[in-house]
Design a protein around this ligand. Structure first.
Ligand SMILES: Nc1ncnc2c1ncn2[C@@H]1O[C@H](COP(=O)(O)OP(=O)(O)O)[C@@H](O)[C@H]1O
Ligand SMILES: [Mg+2]
Length: 281
């Protein structure tokens, strides 16, 4: 997991006519095969960073490379966009066709993929996100979570190295949120697709391999979820919290329940509680 796919070197970015830079001196990388979460509050610079990762924006200062291509090098723009696919927050804004199958085809059409190859890839991508039975449906009839899965299929069909999801669950209900995160996580584990998962939900970040925490246009923490969520004071300073289960396990420990440190997710809590309450298992 050490090969760098995206390299961000000392990047600053200022929007036209903005008084302050949105990003200042950000250095980070994305490694092949990992599920990387970028966590931060509204306005911390996450979306700006996301758009720099696939050449939608170019750095004001510094350099971004994707699969070895400098994003400032216009000659490689299509390769970069194909290698680093983006999923956005609003599922409705990403629908371009009136039938799911055609929607999935859209990105590939721009890449000039031959028709017979396209047909195969559409079927594979829909199967990968478990949307085969909706191939002929109208996208606007689907739930938010299903629409996001169609958007993911459209990106998958372009065979990217990395999928960048910018708050892809923020507009969904809790079950849609789970369904989309689970789909992306499965693609990461089963197909080795690298994921940059941008979120303000601690619970989602807790499930990543690695987390980068952003605040006011800079990266303030990075490490495994356990390493990051141990930094309770730094997180509080920037008004982020630890995951609910970490909080709960600390309270339960204070109340005398012998739970181990470092519980992050509901699954881990359930496992530890079961060990305590049904020791025979
Ligand atoms: N199009 C824009 N023009 C000017 N300023 C912007 C624009 N988009 C975002 N910003 C500013 O850049 C900073 C970072 O925003 P953004 O990257 O959207 O953060 P996040 O995605 O973490 O909410 C914020 O201060 C925001 O107001
Ligand atoms: Mg954003």
């Amino acid at each position: 997991m050490n090969e760098t796919i995206i390299d961000v070197k000392d990047v600053s970015f200022t929007y036209e006519e903005a008084a302050e830079p949105a990003l200042t001196h950000v250095t980070m990388d994305v490694r092949r095969g990992e599920f990387l979460a970028v966590l931060g509050h509204n306005g911390s610079g996450k979306s700006t960073l996301a758009k720099l990762l696939n050449a939608l924006y170019l750095p004001t200062e510094g350099q971004v490379t994707v699969c070895g291509f400098d994003t400032a090098d216009e000659e490689h723009l299509w390769e970069i966009r194909q290698q680093a696919g983006m999923i956005f927050q609003n599922p409705d804004n990403q629908i371009v066709a009136t039938v799911v199958r055609e929607d999935v085809a859209f990105g590939m059409e721009n890449l000039g993929v031959p028709h017979d190859v396209m047909v195969t890839r559409i079927e594979e991508a829909l199967a990968a996100v478990r949307m085969t039975e909706h191939a002929d449906s109208a996208p606007h009839m689907l739930s938010g979570g299903q629409k996001q899965r169609v958007a993911i299929a459209g990106i998958l069909a372009m065979q990217p190295s990395v999928i960048i999801a910018d708050e892809a669950t923020a507009m969904l209900d809790p079950s849609g949120r789970k369904e989309v995160l689970k789909t992306i996580r499965r693609l990461n584990l089963e197909k080795g697709i690298t994921v940059v998962w941008i979120t303000h939900f601690m619970e989602e970040a807790a499930q990543a391999d690695r987390i980068i925490v952003m605040n006011k246009g800079t990266t303030v923490l990075s490490g495994t979820p356990r390493e990051v969520f141990e930094q309770v004071d730094t997180l509080r300073e920037i008004h982020l919290d630890v995951p609910h289960m970490t909080d709960l396990s600390q309270d339960l420990r204070k109340a005398g329940m012998p739970l181990p440190a470092g519980i992050l997710t509901v699954e881990e809590m359930a496992e530890e509680a079961a060990k305590l309450l049904c020791p025979s298992k």
